[in-house]
Design a protein around this ligand. Structure first.
Ligand SMILES: *[C@@H]1O[C@H](CO)[C@@H](O)[C@H](O)[C@H]1NC(C)=O
Ligand SMILES: *[C@@H]1O[C@H](CO)[C@@H](O)[C@H](O)[C@H]1NC(C)=O
Ligand SMILES: *[C@@H]1O[C@H](CO)[C@@H](O)[C@H](O)[C@H]1NC(C)=O
Ligand SMILES: *[C@@H]1O[C@H](CO)[C@@H](O)[C@H](O)[C@H]1NC(C)=O
Ligand SMILES: *[C@@H]1O[C@H](CO)[C@@H](O)[C@H](O)[C@H]1NC(C)=O
Length: 783
């Protein structure tokens, strides 16, 4: 980290601030308003200034305390907000986190006159790389599809504090697509079978599917476009550079019909959808029509939403879809075509592309293919997102993207699943290793879903201003105190030391997918259960998490008032209980195999009780409730029809996801959530149905009927996704600490060998025939 003592500046006396230009003044006021939301009543303690002048060429902030006032200087609004966050972390031992993961812990006593330790606060800090990028292209659909402006405002504040200056800004683009395609005589009505519902827009935008979850109401399209105007205004007012969408080649069926001579192919079936929803048309980037559509889209967007001095655009033509040809010459032409279409609409265009394709289809993307794709675009007009760098970095496998600028991104989360997970060691040093490459231009946070694992999102953004590997032990100690406040007892610190060495020390390439029994589709063998044939896995010693749970409980007296503490206490208990379900499930399978009716009914009852217990625990914190999510989705619509459609979209995404030819999709349960309400109503319902069938089979001496079982699931799920307004609680209920104590007695046994955990270890062998197994195998082959 660059930590020049402010002495350099002090020589010149007080901070010299050139007269702010309008833009700088706007950034200043925007940060002032952030402070009044974050620290109401404390605005006057801060003396802020924005000016582009730093010591070096980098972006910077400067922080000091003089006469009881906190002076922060930043080269932009984001830099200023980063300085403020640094101040809150260092001087006030505070933490900033999403409301649902416990919210902010800010002890404002640090702001009192005598409390400020002046000497430790003279900080001048420069960015180690220019950019902090944020969002995965699917985050808008997993986490943001139904947000209103006040929720967006909170997120934009969060981004500014985390130093995010290159955020993806995908909201409301359907309005622009309507305008662009109307130039080609495609009406809004003709786009109805193309746009997906709000929970599935990300995959339609990427050409993975079309129309699913739709038709998208015009009112939603208009409302999102209005929201985007506000979002962009705020991003720019902070001094952020939004990353806007651009044309990647996917076209509605109507374009195919109207331009029969255009070079249009149909993509393969992603996720095994039915014909109506699959196999999107792709216009070849070399076709002249490609450039016309791409240009029209960017022009319409700039007209509607204004523009930045340099335009950054996101487009992914071959994400999880193999290109029609592996010929390097074709791929070079294709990427040139995509870029030139952007450039035709905006002379300054820089293309930001996810490198995910090189990971997800390693067989196709061999060195010549990678090289060709990168070569098609001038080097200073392309930035590659090394999307999954904390687990599977590509920069060190591709000769640093052959010199093309790249951003070291953490992906961390898949499908918005909830589990305690992180590869903290990689996060603590990965960016430092990559910084050796002169073409690393940023760090990124690219989770599929947000509002999980706050520790991970506290550490990663710090890399904006760091250069050297982080001492994780010391950092975590400090984090725990920041998260829970001044009365944090040692037991909480010790608990986190154990969590750091267990759930947050995942180095076996395991992805952050909750594949545990509660959220998995019931079945007799591992292959039947979890999404994509995945299965429960342990990448850590469960005894450590068990011990962490008991230590967290010891801290209850001091911390029970803290929402951050209650969130974490639940999360640890949730992790233990969720894994413990594997043992109970194996008991069920064993009893069934032994045709032991008595043992089966006991095992069934235990498993259902576990699901009830988990639901009760989760119900005690707002961060683990289904109700508010449904409420939020319904609130995004103004008519009964729209409200129903949005609730259906949400329910579908978190359960069956899609429906395919055999009624099922490959990605069922991919976006599962351990949320109170969902556990009780959906997961428990599904397990209970299956367990009853097993009992009935034994009584009647029937064979296991896998086909009938699957039918059961489909009809249960389909009817569940169409249910509405079931009154899931909007507020937490029950006392987290009391519930946790009770459940610890039951599931937290570390005094006797918890034999069933042994089985979970056995299950943890890498499944060779699963998607994850295959990914791991190909990783091995690459080595
Ligand atoms: C916006 O949505 C949040 C939930 O995300 C809700 O709590 C709040 O009341 C909503 N605000 C308005 C003004 O509707
Ligand atoms: C749109 O339709 C009009 C009227 O039929 C026609 O003149 C024009 O060429 C069409 N535009 C495109 C881009 O096909
Ligand atoms: C709902 O109504 C409000 C107030 O008229 C409007 O601002 C908003 O755009 C509408 N949203 C939708 C999705 O219809
Ligand atoms: C690539 O583009 C060049 C120049 O337009 C063209 O001559 C060549 O045939 C194209 N190659 C392929 C494989 O499409
Ligand atoms: C790239 O870095 C990762 C993470 O440090 C490491 O596991 C892998 O072996 C490296 N690969 C190569 C080819 O250097």
């Amino acid at each position: 980290m660059k930590l020049l003592i402010f002495a350099l500046f002090c020589l010149a006396g007080p901070v010299l601030v050139p007269a702010a230009r309008t833009n700088e003044r706007e950034q200043l006021f925007t940060v002032k308003r952030l402070i009044s939301r974050l620290l109401p009543g404390k605005e006057d303690l801060f003396e802020l200034s924005v000016s582009p002048i730093c010591l070096g060429t980098a972006k910077c902030y400067n922080l000091r305390v003089r006469e009881g006032r906190i002076q922060i200087f930043g080269s932009s609004g984001v830099e200023l907000a980063s300085g403020l966050h640094r101040f809150l972390k260092n001087a006030c031992k505070s933490s900033i986190s999403w409301r649902l993961t416990g919210g902010n812990q800010i002890d404002t006593s640090c702001l009192e006159a005598g409390a400020l330790d002046v000497s430790s606060l003279d900080v001048y800090s420069e960015r180690s790389t220019p950019w902090s990028y944020y969002q995965n292209v699917v985050t808008p659909s997993y986490s943001m599809a139904y947000w209103n402006w006040s929720r967006w405002e909170q997120e934009l504040d969060w981004m500014a504090l985390q130093g995010i200056n290159l955020p993806l800004a995908f909201t409301g683009q359907e309005k622009i697509w309507q305008k662009a395609f109307s130039r080609f005589n495609v009406s809004a009505a003709e786009l109805q079978d193309w746009f997906a519902g709000p929970s599935f827009l990300a995959w339609q935008r990427m050409g993975n599917l079309q129309g699913w979850g739709g038709p998208l109401p015009q009112a939603y399209i208009d409302a999102q476009a209005e929201l985007q105007v506000k979002i962009l205004e705020r991003m720019r007012a902070f001094g952020m550079t939004p990353v806007l969408p651009a044309f990647a080649g996917f076209v509605p069926n109507a374009i195919h019909d109207k331009f029969p001579d255009a070079a249009i192919t149909q993509l393969g079936n992603w996720g095994s959808f039915t014909e109506q929803y699959c196999c999107v048309h792709l216009l070849d980037p070399q076709d002249p029509l490609f450039r016309q559509i791409g240009q029209a889209f960017v022009q319409e967007m700039r007209q509607a939403w204004g523009h930045d001095s340099i335009g950054y655009y996101s487009a992914d033509t071959f994400n999880e879809q193999s290109p029609p040809s592996a010929e390097p010459d074709y791929l070079r032409n294709a990427s040139r075509g995509v870029f030139e279409a952007m450039q035709a609409g905006d002379e300054t265009a820089v293309w930001i592309q996810q490198a995910w394709l090189f990971y997800s289809d390693q067989a196709f993307w061999q060195p010549p293919q990678i090289q060709a794709l990168l070569e098609g675009v001038p080097q200073d007009r392309l930035i590659m997102l090394d999307l999954f760098a904390e687990v599977f970095p590509l920069w060190n496998r591709t000769e640093a993207f052959q010199g093309v600028p790249f951003i070291w991104c953490m992906l961390h989360n898949f499908g918005g699943n909830l589990e305690m997970y992180g590869n903290m060691k990689a996060l603590a040093r990965g960016p430092a290793d990559a910084l050796q490459e002169p073409n690393m231009v940023g760090i990124g946070l690219c989770p599929e879903g947000i509002e999980t694992n706050p520790i991970v999102y506290d550490l990663m953004p710090e890399w904006a201003y760091r250069e050297e590997a982080i001492d994780l032990g010391a950092w975590t100690k400090d984090y725990v105190v920041r998260r829970y406040g001044p009365s944090t007892p040692d037991s909480a610190v010790d608990a986190w030391d154990l969590l750091l060495g267990s759930v947050y020390n995942c180095q076996d390439l395991h992805l952050d997918h909750n594949q545990d029994i509660p959220v998995s589709r019931p079945g007799l063998g591992p292959a039947d259960v979890a999404p994509l044939g995945l299965q429960p896995r342990l990448w850590y010693k469960p005894e450590k998490v068990m011990k962490a749970w008991s230590l967290m409980l010891e801290a209850a007296q001091e911390l029970e008032e803290q929402s951050t503490y209650r969130y974490d206490l639940i999360d640890v208990g949730r992790q233990v209980i969720s894994k413990a379900a594997t043992a109970l499930w194996k008991d069920v399978c064993q009893a069934y195999e032994d045709k032991d009716l008595k043992a089966l009914s006991k095992a069934n009852a235990d498993l259902l009780q576990l699901l009830d217990d988990l639901d009760e625990l989760l119900a005690s914190h707002e961060g683990f409730l289904l109700g508010p999510h449904i409420e939020e989705a319904r609130a995004a619509g103004n008519t009964t029809e729209d409200k129903s459609l949005f609730e259906f979209n949400l329910r579908t995404q978190i359960t069956i996801w899609g429906t395919g030819k055999e009624g099922d999709s490959e990605v069922h349960d991919y976006a599962n959530k351990e949320w109170a309400g969902l556990l009780q109503s959906f997961y428990r319902g599904r397990w209970s149905m299956w367990l009853h069938r097993l009992q009935a089979d034994l009584v009647r001496g029937k064979e296991y009927d896998a086909v009938a079982v699957k039918k059961d699931f489909l009809s249960f799920t389909t009817s569940w996704t169409h249910r509405e307004e079931e009154g899931f609680p909007l507020q937490p209920s029950g006392d987290t600490v009391d519930i946790s104590r009770d459940l610890f007695k039951k599931y937290g046994r570390d005094d006797e060998p918890f034999t069933s955990l042994q089985m979970l270890h056995e299950l943890s062998e890498v499944p060779k025939n699963s998607a994850e197994g295959q990914a791991l195998l190909s990783v091995d082959e690459m080595r």
